[in-house]
Structures are given as C-alpha cells and as structure tokens.
Design a protein around this ligand. Structure first.
Ligand code: FPP
Ligand code: MG
Length: 372
C-alpha cells in the first residue's frame, strides 16, 4: 500500500492541539483561533484536492511528504495575516495558503536529495524510498502545481512566487558553494537563511495582506516580519540539529555537521578560535576532522569545507556533537534566534493594536521556544 492511498490527515494537530493552544490561550483570542482552525481545515482540503494526479507514481510520490505531517506554519501565517484586511476569508486565501505549503514541500524533496538526508518528518526521505530522480521530479511536479495555483490569483501573486523561487534556489546555491573569498562567513550564512527560508515565510505573510485587501503599507511590514521569523526558525533548527532526540525532530543528531554543513554554532566557534580561544579551536578541529564528512553529504562540494573522512568512531562523533551542544556557542545561537524574533516583532509596529498583532507576536516567540 502506498503512502498516497492512506490519505491520513497531516498532523497539523501540532498547531491545533499544541502550538495554537498556547498561542490563543486568552478568551478574547478564541474567535481568532476558531477562524484559523476552520481555515486550516479548508486548506488541508485544498492541498488534497490540488495534489492529485491520475498517474499513480506521480500521486504516490507527491503526496508522500504532505501526508507525513508538518506544522503548516506557512498556511497559518497566510490566514493570520489575512485577518488584517477587510476580506479575511476567501477561496483565494485558502488557495494561496495551500500553494505556499506546496512550494515548501517541493523544496523539501529537492533539499533532501542535496543533503542526502535519510529522514524527513519521521519517514524515510523520498529519494531513499524511491530514487533521486523520482524525488526531484516529485518536487518539480509540486512546484509546477503551486505556480498554477498562483497564476489564477493574479499577476502580483505569481510574480511573488517567481521571486520566492529564485531566492530559494539562490539560497540553496550559496549554501552549496559557500562564502566568497573575504566574505564574512556569518553574514553569508544569515543571507542564505533569509533566502532559503525567510523568503517563503515572508511571502506567506505578504499573501495574507495582498489577498485580504489589507492596507498596502502592511505588505512590506509583514514581508519583513515573515522573513525575520524564517531566519529565527532556521537558526533554531541549527540547535535542534544538535539534539539527540531524533525521534521527536524526525532527524538524526548532528545531521548537518556529519554532512559537513557548518551551521551557526560552528561558525561562532570558528570566530572564537580565530580570536585565540584554544579550546574552541580544538573542538572546531575535531568537528572538522572527525565529524564532517563522516556521513554522505555536501562536504566535498566546496573548497570552504573539509574533505570527508574515510572512517570515524560513531561514539566519538556523538560525543563531539554533545560537546558542541553544551558549549556556549549554542547558547549564543539561541540568543541570535531571539534577536531575529525581536526584529520580526519590531516590524509589526505599523499594524494596529489588537488580537491579530498579538497573535503574530506570539507566533514569532513560540517558534524559538521549540524544544532544543
Ligand atoms: C531546508 O534547509 C531547505 C530549504 C528551506 C529550501 C530548499 C530550496 C531548494 C531545494 C530550491 C528550491 C526548489 C523548489 C522546487 C522550490 P535545511 O537543509 O537547512 O533544513 P532541513 O534540516 O529541514 O533539511
Ligand atoms: Mg536539509
């Protein structure tokens, strides 16, 4: 039996039961929560209606990750931002929310091929379940479908989608190639996060404004909000990557490091090492010589990254990852995430006070308070 035929509801209960419960705890916010819950149900239906192909292989592969769960954060942001306008509920908004999620799903299929990831959302990555080509093509199909949906929502909607697509690809490309000669590695890194994650979350927020006919000046504010939230979200992911709780994150501890991807904790370690911190230099050296490249990944794709190792002791690798997790740089990474949440909430200044603004603030805050 294939994943597509099971048609089980994705676990956006993570929002309904957990995230949204915390987000909308106060009585005055219950109406908003009900509106969003109803909206997310409709979006789920749009997702299932849209990602349907008569071809069995296409249907099975494209619904695979959609059915594996996901927090539906991007659709939720579309619907939440739409509450700022005079037309807060419409088919167009539901379709935009679904198309944003489909774009995100498309990027995950491609990303897992590039990262040689083994797990996604707790299930075997699509390229291992089928093949690299199949996973890439499933991502392409989803991206094509998202573009079709946006094309019916108007020229501005499809223009935004094209801009996002370009930024997703540029972010991924810059991550793969690494920083230019003389470019600050942390600046480069943040730019990659803004492109590969912030751009789509920024667009999700902006679609809500655009399609609900909210005041035009809210658009850049909400775009900035979403973009900063996206950067914060991705920085938190760097910390979660170090977590040993692979069963709850759907990934394995140190996946990025093992593949030679130097995330913010490592970049901060590098900065300390360059400033003469000998223990930091030692830990950095062990990460680069014992951990990076110990599993398949992109470590050998760029001169900026180390050559992969032939063999390393798994227990030693686990210990090095735990050491980095306990190091001060991980705390600094969490602080950096909070700084981006601060930026996100500052960009909400232009919005009128009220339940929507409060919910957006809470939304940003909760994102960095995920379990580390
Ligand atoms: C996950 O990053 C990857 C992204 C957020 C964007 C990936 C973008 C592309 C593959 C290009 C766009 C392609 C299409 C079809 C739209 P990560 O590897 O840091 O996060 P992870 O831990 O969730 O894998
Ligand atoms: Mg990845």
């Amino acid at each position: 039996m294939t994943a597509s035929t099971s048609a089980r509801r994705p676990a956006h209960g993570a929002i309904g039961a957990g995230f949204a419960k915390q987000l909308f705890g106060k009585p005055a916010e219950r109406k908003l929560k009900a509106t969003l819950d109803e909206g997310l149900e409709r979006v789920e239906q749009v997702l299932h209606d849209q990602v349907k192909y008569s071809d069995q292989v296409a249907a099975t592969t494209t619904t695979y990750l959609m059915s594996a769960g996901g927090k539906r954060l991007r659709p939720m942001l579309v619907l939440l931002a739409a509450q700022l306008g005079p037309t807060p509920v419409s088919d167009a908004l539901d379709e935009a929310a679904a198309a944003v999620e489909i774009t995100h799903l498309a990027s995950l299929y491609h990303d897992d091929v590039m990262d040689e990831a083994t797990l996604r959302r707790g299930v075997t990555a699509a390229h291992l379940r089928w093949s690299n080509s199949t996973a890439i093509l499933a991502g392409d199909l989803l991206f094509a479908r998202a573009s079709q949906i946006f094309s019916y929502l108007g020229a501005e909607a499809i223009r935004m989608q094209a801009t996002v697509f370009e930024r997703l690809v540029l972010g991924q490309m810059h991550e793969t190639i690494g920083p230019r000669e003389g470019e600050d590695r942390i600046d480069h890194y943040i730019r990659v996060l803004a492109d590969k994650t912030g751009s789509l979350i920024g667009a999700a927020s902006e679609y809500g404004v655009l399609l609900s006919d909210a005041p035009a000046e809210f658009r850049p504010a909400m775009r900035d909000f979403g973009e900063a939230v996206g950067v914060a979200f991705q920085i938190v992911d760097d910390v979660i990557d170090l977590s040993p709780a692979a069963d709850t994150t759907g990934k394995r501890a140190g996946t990025d490091l093992r593949a030679g991807v130097e995330t913010l904790p490592v970049l901060l370690l590098e900065r300390r090492a360059a400033a003469g911190d000998a223990p930091a230099a030692d830990l950095l050296d062990r990460i680069r010589t014992r951990v990076a490249g110990s599993e398949p990944g992109s470590a050998d794709e760029t001169l900026a990254r180390p050559e992969p190792l032939v063999q390393a002791d798994p227990a030693e690798i686990d210990a090095i990852i735990a050491e980095l997790r306990a190091h001060e740089v991980t705390r600094e990474t969490i602080d950096a995430a909070h700084e981006y949440v601060h930026r996100a909430t500052a960009s909400l200044d232009v919005l009128p006070s009220g339940v929507v603004k409060e919910a957006l603030r809470e939304f940003a805050q909760r994102l960095v308070e995920r379990d580390f």
